[in-house]
Design a binder for this molecule. Structure first.
Ligand SMILES: *[C@@H]1O[C@H](CO)[C@@H](O)[C@H](O)[C@H]1NC(C)=O
Ligand SMILES: *[C@@H]1O[C@H](CO)[C@@H](O)[C@H](O)[C@H]1NC(C)=O
Ligand SMILES: *[C@@H]1O[C@H](CO)[C@@H](O)[C@H](O)[C@H]1NC(C)=O
Ligand SMILES: *[C@@H]1O[C@H](CO)[C@@H](O)[C@H](O)[C@H]1NC(C)=O
Ligand SMILES: *[C@@H]1O[C@H](CO)[C@@H](O)[C@H](O)[C@H]1NC(C)=O
Length: 280
């Protein structure tokens, strides 16, 4: 059974090539909300666009991340290197073309994204369509007007463009066709310092339960400060978008808190969310 596909696409700059001071945006309104935030990339910056879909039966998932990253950025997955990359904005949405890997195209109001993979070297061709069912938010607010704070934690920017979406996935992977639908998600992260130098650990996730769309972020900085963001929408209306009212802690195996560099994945997380009811 098909259960899990992860694809990282990366434009990776070689060490020393870009020894410049980049301008890194941490306030909304300078560019489209989902646009590039780093001008230009240098050795220590990173800018990425993340998409995932989990099938309704929870048995299949796909994760796709498009990066532009400097030499100091490394992570466990082996990226598919792209040589020619074009990233644009369309209103508040974004588009990107990673030659030899794939592309994405968002609508100007960020309500719909299409991600295509066209990677002959991986033998993979396909398309994901995401239609938003819950409005975007910033780390601490759902107010998208210009000047909003985009810092999740020092050095780390985050916008959650699609907290929850209805999504369909179609792939042909070397002759095997994979097709499913489920809940989708899209966000972007970026930073002006090597990401690995900013945190000890982070817990992040999203999901849908009945009419509720939920996103949480609990980020433990290197100095031990905890930065949080919580989001709850019901039937597409935001009940809570704030950087408080949330606590995420591991339970079961590997539930040491705060986790150390050798702590494995825990059995699960307890997520406490405070939601204001506006039903009166
Ligand atoms: C990259 O730009 C950031 C932001 O201006 C700066 O803090 C950093 O030192 C630069 N890195 C390099 C390697 O020049
Ligand atoms: C990541 O890069 C740093 C240097 O920038 C290096 O010290 C570290 O070992 C690398 N980690 C991995 C997992 O490759
Ligand atoms: C982006 O969204 C904000 C908030 O809704 C709006 O004020 C702004 O005009 C939009 N920008 C573009 C380029 O569409
Ligand atoms: C899937 O791709 C293969 C080539 O990798 C092609 O031969 C086949 O016709 C494709 N199947 C479908 C259903 O598109
Ligand atoms: C706990 O961590 C160990 C070591 O990383 C790992 O092998 C194990 O699968 C983890 N347990 C659970 C329940 O994930």
């Amino acid at each position: 059974m098909w259960s899990n596909i992860s694809l990282y696409a990366c434009l990776h700059f070689a060490a020393g090539v870009l020894d410049v001071h980049s301008t890194v945006e941490f306030r909304s309104g300078q560019t489209g909300l989902d646009g590039m935030k780093v001008f230009p990339s240098n050795d220590t910056t990173v800018d990425w666009w993340y998409f995932d879909v989990v099938s309704w039966d929870h048995k299949s998932e796909i994760v796709i991340t498009f990066y532009t990253a400097g030499a100091a950025f490394n992570q466990s997955g082996t990226p598919n290197m792209a040589e020619d990359v074009r990233i644009g904005t369309i209103g508040n949405g974004s588009s990107g073309e990673y030659q030899g890997v794939g592309d994405w195209l968002g609508s100007s109001d960020m309500s719909q994204y299409v991600v295509r993979l066209d990677s002959p070297s991986n033998g993979i061709f396909g398309e994901i369509i995401l239609k938003s069912v819950a409005p975007p938010h910033l780390p601490c607010t759902d107010d998208l007007s210009a000047g909003g704070d985009l810092l999740l934690a020092p050095g780390v920017g985050w916008v959650n463009v699609m907290p929850d979406a209805d999504a369909s996935v179609y792939f042909n992977w070397s002759g095997t066709v994979v097709e499913f639908s489920g809940t989708g998600y899209h966000d972007k992260n970026w930073g002006n310092v090597p990401m690995g130098s900013t945190f000890r650990s982070w817990y992040w996730g999203h999901g849908r339960a009945g009419p509720y769309s939920v996103v949480w972020f609990d980020f433990l900085a290197v100095d031990g400060t905890e930065y949080k963001s919580s989001y709850v929408a019901r039937d597409g209306k935001i009940l809570n978008a704030a950087c408080e009212g949330i606590k995420v802690r591991p339970f079961g195996a590997n539930s040491t808190y705060p986790p150390t560099t050798t702590t494995g994945s825990p059995s699960g997380f307890n997520i406490e969310l405070l939601v204001q009811s506006n039903d009166g």
